[in-house]
Design a protein around this ligand. Structure first.
Ligand code: AP5
Ligand code: MG
Length: 190
């Protein structure tokens, strides 16, 4: 089983690359952001709750997010493995994911970090905002708050996986195809 944490700041290309990887390695792609957006669209209780945080550019509380992630994973008992995109985002989420996988004799095999400078992240998100319908993509101010949130709460998880020898940082600037190749070189090793 291959379980990958695809990591990086907002706009780093996690969703784009996860879609390519999942086909190549027959993995299930779980984007917590996408699950929240789906629930917001369907007006579920989870969606209504998540919206209050996402609209304020805040993280959804750990308890809610962890419960949702576990429910998503449990939908696929026969999976070859998972690509976690946008999760974990806090130490508590990372610890819960490790515990959950360990209880099932699985683990995270690699954390792959897409490293992209801030000015490029902002450009990419603003350009996505022209068509994504994601209001948080349309204002540079909101994007900067999301990035700050990433540097304050999430970036520290690199240490968490580094201590387990699972950290792999790659240059996330280049064509989608070039970045895909860089990721594959890592995935092929385990
Ligand atoms: P989420 O949906 O995860 O948003 P994000 O982390 O802000 O990341 P993005 O989806 O914006 O970027 P991405 O890395 O997927 O990049 P993409 O491939 O789209 O989360 C949304 C919100 O939900 C959070 O802010 C939070 O409130 C909440 N949430 C989610 N998970 C949570 C959690 N675990 N805990 C608590 N709260 C949570 O690429 C970006 C753009 O660039 C695209 O337009 C793409 O086409 C383009 N692009 C991609 N690659 C390239 C390239 N190589 N060259 C040029 N352009 C490129
Ligand atoms: Mg995404």
């Amino acid at each position: 089983m291959k379980n990958i944490v695809l990591f990086g700041a907002p706009g780093a290309g996690k969703g784009t690359q996860a879609e390519l990887l999942k086909d190549k390695y027959k993995l299930i792609h779980i984007s917590t952001g996408e699950v929240f957006r789906h629930n917001i669209k369907e007006l579920t209780e989870l969606g209504k709750l998540a919206k209050t945080y996402i609209d304020k550019t805040q993280l959804v509380p750990d308890e809610v997010t962890i419960k949702m992630l576990i429910a998503e994973v449990e939908k696929y008992p026969e999976a070859n493995g998972f690509i976690f995109d946008g999760f974990p985002r806090t130490k508590s989420q990372a610890e819960s994911l490790d515990k959950f996988l360990k209880e099932r004799d699985h683990e995270i095999n690699a954390m792959i970090v897409l490293e992209v400078p801030e000015n490029i992240l902002i450009k990419r998100i603003l350009s996505r905002g022209l068509t994504s319908g994601r209001t948080n993509d349309q204002s540079e101010e909101k994007i900067k708050i999301r990035l700050q949130n990433y540097y304050d709460n999430t970036d520290i998880l690199k240490d968490f996986y580094q201590k387990q020898n699972k950290y792999h940082g790659i240059n996330g600037v280049g064509t989608v195809e070039e970045i895909k190749e860089r990721i594959q070189q890592i995935v092929e090793k385990f």
